[in-house]
Design a protein around this ligand. Structure first.
Ligand code: GTR
Length: 415
């Protein structure tokens, strides 16, 4: 049904806390056979694999393991990018055993003049590398794109007018200036973001029935596939000496924030996990039924999830997970959850609560969470290994958000 229908639902959704039905969250520290989890080892060896499997079966689907070799081709190195402050590399990642997939175009900015390999933020973009950067020599993405309100996408393709369009969400000079590298790719390189997009993307390429695949319960959805792309960037970064692949932070906004959380859950090479306004299907507790709901998201965007997830529409209590368990899958790695006060569709309080309820797992590792029980005041970041803020303004990524992420990543990577 898609985007327009979801947007229309925003006007009629419930935003009244008093209308949230009572709910009980699934137990985090009890194994499926009823055992109590009371040590970091028991979490890591027994409970964590169960929780990960629950998210595969019920929410995002299982990532297949049949992609074979991954190739990296550095297509450009520009040493004087961003006015000489950075080196920009463009890397083409492909699957030699699956040549029908067109591959993904990674753009990597590395600060110049550092004496050590740079820690790196890794995240997908909505509009392509040319939209993230304001540098006019970044190749324009040729892939399918969602229509945009301001008409810079024509016939589902980017135009010159889309250059720099997403740059306010990627303050490259600020990030580089703090000694961090940034690696990004266009999420549509993996598959176009619409219900039939998978037919032209990686999911069809990797399934034996191709575009005739019948998606079954437990098979991966688009979020799983976009997340796979982030892990391939980590594969590449492990081969690039200018980046410290032991200091990778995964970041994403909104549907790509859901993707960031799922990436952090599956791929422990990401040492810091950041969820920016990820909302329903991301950090927000699904049982709260406020703003966007499971029923709305699975009707508008069924392709993001595994088929099973749709069965929890208006039936959240039957789902064996809630989103505090997704946050807990990042433990003991530091995780930052960010909300925006006007983004009621994403349920800021529900995003806060998932972090709060993940604290018992962090505690098993001797890690502290928020340090408070109530959602903090606007523009007041809180927390240690689990951090949170709700900032002034709308659903977006702003330099305020990045200031917090840079501070957070710096603090944890310097330990
Ligand atoms: C909305 C969707 C949200 C969020 C958002 C976005 O339409 O309902 O879950 O993901 O799109 O990605 O911007």
């Amino acid at each position: 049904i898609g985007e327009d229908w979801a947007n229309a639902q925003q006007k009629t959704a419930n935003y009244d806390e008093s209308k949230i039905p009572p709910y009980t969250l699934p137990a985090l520290l009890t194994t499926q056979d009823g055992g109590k989890v009371s040590s970091a080892e028991a979490w890591t060896d027994a409970r964590r694999p169960e929780v990960l499997a629950l998210f595969q079966e019920h929410v995002f689907g299982r990532t297949p393991a049949n992609w074979g070799k991954v190739s990296f081709e550095t297509r450009e190195v520009k040493k004087d990018a961003l006015g000489g402050k950075a080196t920009r590399k463009l890397i083409h990642i492909a699957l030699p055993e699956h040549p029908t997939w067109a591959g993904m175009e990674v753009m990597l900015y590395i600060p110049n003049g550092l004496s050590l390999p740079a820690p790196c933020f890794v995240g997908p973009s909505f509009g392509g590398n040319h939209a993230v950067s304001t540098e006019t020599d970044v190749p324009l993405s040729t892939r399918w794109m969602r229509p945009s309100k301001d008409k810079h996408i024509v016939d589902n393709r980017a135009t010159e007018a889309s250059r720099g369009n997403e740059s306010s969400r990627w303050p490259l000079e600020m990030i580089i200036g703090q000694g961090f590298a940034v690696a990004t790719y266009y999420y549509g390189d993996i598959e176009p973001d619409h219900a039939d997009g998978w037919k032209e993307g990686l999911r069809a390429v990797l399934s034996k029935d191709g575009a005739n695949t019948e998606w079954k319960n437990g098979d991966w959805g688009a979020i799983g596939a976009w997340s796979w792309g982030l892990s391939r960037i980590a594969d590449y970064l492990e081969t690039d000496d200018s980046v410290n692949a032991k200091k990778l932070a995964v970041i994403g906004h909104s549907r790509l924030g859901k993707t960031s959380l799922w990436t952090g859950a599956q791929d422990q090479r990401f040492g810091v996990v950041i969820s920016n306004n990820s909302g329903e299907g991301g950090a927000a507790l699904m049982r709260r039924n406020i703003g966007e709901t499971t029923a709305i998201i699975t009707k508008a965007f069924p392709h993001w999830f595994t088929k099973t997830y749709t069965s929890y529409a208006n039936n959240e209590a039957a789902c064996p997970i809630d989103k505090h368990m997704l946050i807990a899958l990042a433990a003991p790695r530091p995780i930052y959850i960010a909300s925006a006060v006007e983004d009621t569709w994403a349920d800021p309080k529900g995003e806060f609560l998932s972090g709060l309820h993940a604290e018992p797992v962090y505690a098993l590792f001797g890690q502290k969470g928020y340090g408070v029980k109530e959602q903090p005041a606007i523009d007041t970041p809180i927390g240690d290994a689990i951090a949170y803020h709700v900032r002034t303004g709308k659903h977006d990524v702003t330099s305020y958000d990045w200031e917090q992420y840079l501070r957070f990543a710096k603090r944890h990577f310097s330990k």
